[in-house]
Design a protein around this ligand. Structure first.
Ligand code: SF4
Length: 461
C-alpha cells in the first residue's frame, strides 16, 4: 500500500470554502466534535491545537461521543497498551457509525503516523474516514474538506518537515494551566523509543515566539505554564536563557517544563531553575536505568556517574531540591543484578516521584530486535519490588516538608472527601481543606503530614 500517493486533492483551500461546506452538510446547524487525546502532554497539547482548527471550521465540542458529528481520536505510540486501547475504541465506534451514516471518524497523532497502523485501519476499520499523522496538521482543513465534499476516505501519513506555524488558535482544556510547545521532534534515537520515527527531527520555536505566547497567557490569567519538548535541554536557542527570559515576565504565575534529557542537563540549567523564582523548583530527569551497560544499550549517552553529578550539583545549591524520574524495568537483556543497580540509584538520589514501567516493545525500534529472556511475569515482580522500595523512600523523603509552608496551585476538589488538591512549587501533590472557589489560584499550605504519594496540610491565610 502506497500512502504517499494518497494526498489531498484540494491543494489550496480558503477556510471559508470549508466553513461553507460544513454549513451545507449540516443544514446551517452547528455540528459537534468529540476529541480525545491519549498519551503525553505533547499529545494533549497537539489535541488543543487541533481543537482550535476544528472550532475555526465551524464545529462546537461535546464530551459525549454519541452526540458527535465528528469524532477525533488523537493517538499515542509510546506504549503497546495504548495501541490496543485505540483499536478497541475504534471497534466500539463502529456502532455509532451504523446509527449515524454521516458521522466522520478521524484517527490522528503518533500511532496514525506509523505505516503499519494506517494500513490496519484502512483494511479493518472502514468506518474511519480520515487518518493523518503528526506531519499533516497544516493540511487539516484540506483533508476535512475532501472528506466532507467528496465522501472519500483520506489517508495522509507522508513525512515532511514543515515550518512551525505561529499564532495558532488553541482550545485549551484548562483556564489556569497551559501547555506551551517550545520545540518539536527528537534527534536522540534511544533504542526503545518510537518518538523520533513518528515526530521527526528537532525544530525549535524562536525565543520571541515563546515569550509572546507566555505573555499572552499570563495576561489571560493563566497561573501555570508548562513548556513542552521531547528534550527541552536541546532547545536550539538555549534553554536556561529561555527560562531567564520568561522569568522576567511580570505577573503572578509559575513555569514548569518537560522533558529533560540527562545527557544535556547542565549546571547552567540547574542554576536557572534555582535562580528564577517563577521557575518551579523541580526537575523531572528520566534516568531509565541505574546500570551503565543498560544505559549504553538504550543509547542514552550518559553514565550513572554523570547523572549523579547533576543531582549532587543541584543538592549542593539547594539541599532538598526535588527530582522525579522515569524507570524502564526489564529492558531486553537486563539481568536481576543490573536491575538491582537501578534500585541502588533510587536509594542514593531520593526521588520525590518515580514513574516506572515494564519495558514495552515498540515495533520499528532497535530494542525490539534485541534478545529478551526475562518473562513479562518476572519483570512484573521486579517492578513491584522497585515500587515497594520507592514508596518507603518517598514517604521518608517527603517528610522533609512537614512543618514547612509550601506554595500550592489549587487544581481540583476530590469527589470522595471534598479536599482540594494541587501541586506545590516543588511539584508534590498537596491535599488540604478549602473552598472550591480557590481552584485556579495559589495558596500557602502548612504541611502537617506526609504519605508515600502526597502531602497534607492546612491553608495559611
Ligand atoms: S530523548 Fe529518547 S526517550 Fe525521549 S523522545 Fe527522544 S528518543 Fe524518545
Amino acid at each position: 500500500m502506497e500512502f504517499k500517493s494518497i494526498s489531498c486533492a484540494f491543494e489550496s483551500l480558503d477556510l471559508n470554502m470549508l466553513k461553507d461546506a460544513v454549513k451545507t452538510k449540516y443544514n446551517d446547524a452547528t455540528p459537534l466534535c468529540y476529541l480525545h487525546s491519549y498519551g503525553c502532554q505533547q499529545n494533549v497539547s497537539d489535541g488543543e491545537k487541533l481543537k482550535g482548527l476544528i472550532a475555526k471550521s465551524g464545529f462546537s465540542f461535546t464530551s459525549d461521543d454519541a452526540l458527535a458529528d465528528l469524532i477525533v481520536i488523537n493517538t499515542c505510540a509510546v506504549r503497546e497498551n495504548a495501541h490496543e486501547r485505540v483499536f478497541g475504541r475504534l471497534g466500539e465506534l463502529k456502532h455509532l457509525k451504523e446509527k449515524n451514516k454521516d458521522l466522520i471518524i478521524c484517527v490522528c497523532g503518533c500511532m496514525a503516523q506509523q505505516k503499519h497502523v494506517a494500513e490496519k485501519i484502512k483494511e479493518s476499520y472502514p468506518h474511519v474516514s480520515l487518518v493523518f499523522g503528526t506531519f499533516a496538521y497544516s493540511d487539516f482543513y484540506k483533508m476535512l474538506y475532501e472528506v466532507i465534499v467528496s465522501g472519500r476516505r483520506v489517508f495522509n501519513i507522508e513525512e515532511k518537515q514543515s515550518e512551525i506555524a505561529e499564532d495558532v488558535f488553541q482550545v485549551r482544556s484548562s483556564d489556569f494551566k497551559a501547555y506551551v510547545s517550545i520545540m518539536y521532534g527528537c534527534n536522540n534515537f534511544c533504542t526503545y523509543c518510537i518518538v523520533p520515527y513518528v515526530r521527526g527531527r528537532e525544530r525549535s520555536r524562536t525565543v520571541d515566539a515563546v515569550v509572546d505566547e507566555v505573555k499572552g497567557l499570563v495576561r489571560d490569567g493563566y497561573k501555570e505554564i508548562t513548556l513542552l519538548g521531547q528534550n527541552v535541554n536541546s532547545y536550539a536557542y538555549g534553554f536556561p536563557e529561555l527560562l531567564r527570559r520568561l522569568n522576567d515576565i511580570e505577573g503572578d504565575f509559575w513555569i514548569r517544563f518537560m522533558s529533560s534529557h540527562p545527557k544535556d542537563a547542565t549546571n547552567e540549567l540547574i542554576d536557572a531553575i534555582i535562580d528564577c523564582d517563577k521557575v518551579c523548583s523541580h526537575l523531572h530527569l528520566p534516568v531509565q536505568s541505574g546500570n551503565d551497560e543498560i544505559l549504553q544499550r538504550m543509547n542514552r549517552r550518559y553514565t550513572v556517574d554523570k547523572y549523579l553529578e547533576t543531582v549532587e550539583y543541584a543538592r549542593k545549591r539547594c539541599g532538598d531540591f526535588s527530582f522525579s524520574t522515569d524507570i524502564i524495568v526489564g529492558f531486553p537483556g537486563e539481568s536481576y543484578e543490573q536491575f538491582c543497580d537501578t534500585k541502588a540509584l533510587l536509594e542514593k538520589v531520593k526521588f520525590d516521584n518515580v514513574y516506572s514501567f515494564v519495558y514495552s516493545k515498540r515495533e520499528g525500534t532497535k530494542a525490539a530486535e534485541l534478545e529478551d529472556k526475562v518473562s513479562v511475569k518476572q519483570k512484573g515482580l521486579w517492578l513491584r519490588e522497585l515500587l515497594l522500595m520507592q514508596h518507603e523512600i518517598t514517604e521518608k523523603w517527603l517528610g522533609r516538608f512537614v512543618g514547612k509552608t509550601l506554595k500550592v496551585l489549587a487544581e481540583s476538589a476530590k469527589k470522595q472527601d471534598g479536599l482540594l488538591t494541587g501541586h506545590s512549587y516543588e511539584n508534590i501533590i498537596v491535599e488540604f481543606e478549602g473552598d472550591k472557589k480557590l481552584i485556579g489560584s495559589f495558596v500557602n499550605v502548612k504541611i502537617t503530614n506526609a504519605l508515600n504519594w502526597a502531602l497534607f496540610g492546612e491553608i495559611i491565610r
